[in-house]
Write a protein that binds this ligand. Structure first.
Ligand code: ZN
Ligand code: ZN
Length: 798
């Protein structure tokens, strides 16, 4: 018997039971029931959350969808591989260990051990959180990017890229965040509007009386100036082209070059090129083969090239230099100029301006492979389809190779050594992996000493082998064959240019085949006020706060309300509404239990019109749910299921059959049985339809009433064509309309809904149908004397 009230503590009970029973255990060799045929496999490359120690609502949102897909696929007969990994390496962990735990990173062994321990703890907490929302992963297939097995795979791919000539080491301008002390990938930076000033500075031209006035926002870059540019059609400056400009204070003489990329309208129409102020500088430096002057050091200060300004922070140097230029009366004008500055914006709250510094880094060649990546991506099904455009745009804008090295400690080591004498690169042997070359040396063939690489991999180098990891590439050939390509990659749109791109790219190079069939793309979760969740807005809601108030099955319904690809606010109202629905479903089930016969164990009785209407409507819900689950849309089926239970079932059908259930002596045993049979069939179907969204409550009711081990192995409902009955639906439309009118009449006249009505007259153009439902009209509405007569339109009078 179900307890009287729905109690959400059943959720914990089921989570433990599922674990004990291995309900979601994945067996690669699972067969179809009663046969030796393998079950078709559905594999999911789930996003590994960064191991911060806590999941946020964005994770819950994303993983609710993933879990619905996994549960649905299992129920329709797939063998579902739902592994959940964890992305362990990252600057935040290093900072916590360094600052909060006080471990010095210079003692590398101790520091790495502390990072590992901290991360293990974080993973344990996050696993508990995943369990607490009923996430149906098989933890036996979990991975952590800090594990030896994971690092081995990452390093192996690097060796293969090296063998293919796609991985190299070079001195190259990199996007450098001096505050974090590391190189960044292009995908980690973005433009931020900042206040600034445009300085108009007079420059002497060698052998000319007239001066040139350059306009720049960064006078402190002057020591790195290697050329001055004007537009070839700018009449003001034609005479200077080919001559030399002499920088004030620093004294270097640099060529004056005409190039059509100069914007005549900006500032004075004269710009200087400093290596490197921005990406335009890089293009010009290459095009005109100009020298490179490094005026900025990796810690964000002026280098010795800046003369008396060396050692100063950039902002200090700017101030001092401007003062000196003013003193020399070189500054003609200063304009306020808010402008976009490239900053460290992604996956970090840093927001520090980025410098382009030439540095020895490790790179992976990307550009030549882009056509193949695009072709692979276009062959995949994107849900929603427009998200493919983000990847296409990203590929088209890409003009840099991928910098994979990071100047950090807790990360996957780069398995190479560099000779200090000849500069040759030596790599680890595959059977040595995983290896940490830091602090080790090798003998080079030139006789020199090769030193182990100190840098570690960018975290995307780790996470973009997830598809190869979950399918056991290079580890278990049979497993890989069965699970690759991955059936579905779920993720947020904000990491299409990183996680999606790098995964498709690397998997393609290493396996020769596209890695995904489908991609399910979600948006970001906003705060309840619709703004981006942020501590500064005070609108952050954590899943633990929601779970303290509502069952996981309510929070999951909130998650299922979102739309593919679109941002989605958290909503307390939706949680409240979802929770009310759980109570409704419970109460409906309690009612049915009071009249329960298991429809699977009795012969189908002769159904009446209202039964046929109920079952016909139910087939629509089944159809909608299946179609939308196939297309990774959850809000439409959820509304369909909830609407059906709330309205068709609870508001109407239950009221329509009460007289048959309670008074078989009047209406006959067969009529009662037909109602019972229909209720059982309907509840069974609803529970199985709703199980992927709300796995706990459906399990509780299903196991209690239908005595099966678990609803999650019970199979998903199919549309039963024989129950589709438009005639019954039309006929019942009359009954519903009359019922609505009677309810309106009763409530308008302060008559209780359960009270008898002495008399009612129904006028209708379809007397025959109304007559066939006479008993239902009377029984449902407690009408003692009913008259049915011909009329122009359906109308009830009292
Ligand atoms: Zn930074
Ligand atoms: Zn050498």
């Amino acid at each position: 018997m179900l307890p009287k009230r729905f109690d959400s503590t059943i959720e914990k009970k089921w989570q433990e039971k599922w674990k004990q029973d291995g309900t979601y255990k994945f067996d690669i060799d699972a067969t179809q029931p009663g046969t030796q045929d393998p079950r078709p496999i559905y594999s999911i490359d789930t996003p590994p959350p960064f191991t911060s120690g806590t999941l946020h609502l964005g994770h819950i949102y994303n993983h609710t969808w993933i879990d619905i897909v996994a549960r649905y696929r299992r129920m329709i007969g797939y063998n579902v591989l739902l592994p959940q990994g964890f992305d362990c390496h990252g600057l935040p962990t290093e900072l916590v260990v360094e600052k909060k735990a006080g471990v010095d990173r210079r003692d590398r062994e101790k520091f790495l051990t502390a990072c590992t321990e901290w991360t293990e703890n974080a993973v344990a907490k996050m696993k508990t959180q995943f369990d607490s929302v009923g996430y149906s992963t098989d933890w036996a297939h979990s991975y952590r990017t800090m594990d030896d097995s994971y690092k081995r795979r990452v390093q192996k791919t690097l060796l293969q890229f090296y063998d293919k000539g796609l991985l190299y080491r070079a001195k190259h301008p990199v996007l450098w965040c001096w505050k974090c002390g590391t190189a960044l990938a292009k995908a980690e930076v973005g433009y931020v509007e900042k206040d600034g000033k445009l300085y108009h500075i007079d420059i002497e031209v060698v052998g000319e009386k007239d001066k040139l006035t350059i306009a720049t926002t960064r006078p402190e870059m002057m020591p790195a100036c290697v050329a001055v540019f004007v537009h070839p059609e700018d009449a003001r400056y034609k005479k200077f082209v080919g001559k030399k400009a002499k920088m004030p204070i620093f004294g270097q003489e640099v060529p004056i070059i005409a190039d059509t990329d100069v914007d005549k309208e900006f500032g004075t129409g004269v710009v200087y090129l400093c290596t490197f102020g921005d990406e335009q500088d890089m293009r010009w430096q290459k095009k005109y083969k100009l020298p490179i002057v490094e005026a900025i050091t990796p810690n964000g200060r002026m280098s010795e090239k800046a003369g008396k300004f060396s050692g100063m922070k950039m902002a200090e140097a700017q101030k001092a230099l401007v003062e000196e230029l003013q003193h020399e009366r070189r500054i003609k004008k200063v304009e306020d100029l808010p402008h976009n500055v490239l900053c460290h914006t992604e996956r970090s709250s840093c927001e520090n301006p980025i410098e382009l510094l030439p540095m020895e880094q490790w790179f992976i060649k990307v550009k030549e492979t882009l056509p193949g990546v695009l072709k692979a991506a276009r062959g995949m099904r994107w849900f929603p389809p427009y998200t493919l455009k983000r990847l296409e745009d990203w590929c088209e804008s890409m003009d840099w190779d991928w910098i994979i090295s990071r100047q950090r400690t807790f990360g996957t080591p780069i398995p190479f050594w560099v000779c200090q004498s000849c500069g040759d690169v030596m790599h680890a042997k595959p059977d040595e992996l995983p290896i940490d070359p830091r602090g080790t040396t090798k003998k080079c063939k030139c006789g020199g000493e090769a030193i182990g690489e100190k840098d570690v991999c960018d975290c995307w180098v780790d996470s973009s082998v997830s598809a190869l990891t979950v399918t056991k590439w290079d580890e278990d050939e049979a497993f890989f064959k069965k699970t690759y390509p991955v059936t579905m990659r779920p993720q947020g749109y904000e990491i299409i240019r990183t996680w999606t791109f790098y995964t498709i790219f690397r998997s393609l190079i290493l396996t020769g085949h596209p890695c995904f069939k489908d991609l399910m793309i979600n948006g970001m979760v906003a705060g309840p006020d619709g703004r981006k969740m942020s501590k500064s807005y005070g609108n952050v809601v954590g899943p633990e706060v929601v779970l303290a108030k509502y069952p996981a099955d309510a929070m999951r319904q909130w998650g299922a309300t979102g739309t593919l690809g679109e941002d989605f606010p958290f909503s307390w109202e939706e949680c409240e509404h979802s929770n009310k629905f759980l109570t409704k479903l419970w109460n409906v089930s309690k009612f049915i239990e009071g009249h329960f016969i298991d429809h699977r164990r009795v012969k189908q009785p002769k159904l009446e019109t209202v039964d046929m209407w109920m079952l016909s409507k139910l087939q629509e819900v089944v159809k909608t749910t299946r179609e939308n689950f196939e297309a990774y849309t959850f809000n439409i089926p959820m509304q369909a299921i909830r609407g059906y239970v709330w309205h068709e079932l609870a508001d109407y059908y239950l009221e329509m059959v009460k007289h048959r259930l309670y008074k078989p002596e009047i209406h006959g045993e067969e009529s009662k049985l037909a109602a019972q049979w229909t209720l059982s069939y309907t509840l069974d179907t609803i529970l199985r339809l709703f199980a992927p969204i709300a796995p706990h409550i459906t399990e509780e009711i299903y196991s209690d009433m239908f005595k099966e081990k678990t609803v999650h192995h019970a199979g998903f409902p199919n549309v039963d064509e024989k129950f589709i009955n438009k005639k019954a639906e039309e006929a019942c439309g009359i009954l519903i309309k009359i019922t609505d009118d009677v309810r309106k009449h009763k409530s308008g006249n302060s008559i209780s809904l359960g009270a008898d009505l002495e008399k009612a007259v129904v006028e209708t153009p379809d007397v025959e149908t109304a007559k066939s439902l006479e008993r239902d009209i009377k029984g449902t509405n407690k009408i003692l004397n009913l008259e049915i007569k011909k009329g122009a339109e359906l109308k009830v009078s009292f």
